[in-house]
Design a protein around this ligand. Sequence first.
Ligand code: NAD
Ligand code: UD1
Length: 346
Amino acid sequence: MRHACRSNGRTGKVMYLVTGGCGFIGSHLCAALRARGDQVRVLDDLSTGSEENLAPGVDLVRGNVADPVAVRAAMEGVNGCFHLAAIASVERGVREWLNTHQANLCGTIGILEEAARARGRIPVVYASSAAVYGDCDALPLTEDAPTWPLSAYGADKLGCELHARVAGVVHQVPSIGLRFFNVFGPRQDPRSPYSGVISIFCDRLSRGEPVTIFGDGGQTRDFVFVADVVIAMMAAMGQASTAAPVLNVCTGRPTSVRELAAVVANLCSTRLEVRQQPPRSGEIRHSLGSPSLAQAKLGLPSPEGLSTGLAQVVAWLRAGRPGLAPASQSANQPADRRSDYQPAYQ
Ligand code: NAD
Ligand code: UD1
């Protein structure tokens, strides 16, 4: 279905900017936007993402989201911005405090500032995080729970929410922040030590290798499948407002890291060998969200179950970790050059 654009007095196909579109979540979003007929431009510095992840027909602007000149060029003529570019690792925020701050908070302010410059104001859907809550005893976390981050990463994501609010009040920029919990799925690169635990465990255990658990493994996470995150982001664009709302994107189901290791080992039909290391600093012990408000506001379907999602990750790894076709190839390339992997939302 093609979406005619009527916003800002323009007509024609809708054009979205996706920052961080070469990364794990962003590449799935780009594929889904292209599948529904939207035009997509990506701003990415390729620091953790890869051009190989891009769906055919997506334009790539290579640049830093903290560089106002690059942001201005990338925002030109777009009808909305999905802002995902960031250094997504809590652990990297511990080691590279100022560097991650520049990408994660200054980059977001740059996007909001440019969104304010456009005559019709550009709506912004941006990635916040469950890390804004810190350790909170009242679980599951609802959006009105206190925010008291334990990490530089979480503090910067909370800063994004505060600046989005300022952008709405002072500059009339419509926005909506999505507090993603632990997102997993194909294309989360397991080769980086900073990658998500699911991609690392699936990678190691599918090759019969041991896994490392930081701490006692009793820490819990709310793992949400990437296709559900894409659905939430696309639905959220229509809900961006100058009130700068924020919503959880989660399942409401807790899984401990120890339990996760056992489930993945079972899925891979391998014996589980665990190497234990001290807990990481700046970590939340239990992270569990309530999906109720987002389900009501965005009309979301029930989230994918953990084992169904895990099976897709393992299948993707066994298929040799295919990305989508390189962006430079045309959409009508031979079928054998395409990935067999079809995300659930396509
Ligand atoms: P990712 O590392 O796979 O993707 C991030 C993308 O942004 C990459 O393509 C990278 O090259 C790009 N990028 C990084 N810094 C940049 C910069 N300064 N300028 C331009 N591009 C830059 O990570 P992801 O897991 O896809 O995360 C996407 C977003 O979702 C991030 O904002 C992250 O903080 C947020 N988030 C992720 C999770 C999760 O579990 N993966 C959970 C909560 C929030
Ligand atoms: C993740 C996201 C972060 C997001 C947050 C929201 C990544 C890389 N980080 O952070 O962007 O904002 O969720 O909730 O996706 N662990 C091990 N062994 C390993 C790897 C990890 O035991 O080999 C443990 C960690 O110590 C942690 C848990 O697994 O307790 C999850 O770690 P990780 O996947 O890195 O995610 P978060 O730190 O929760």
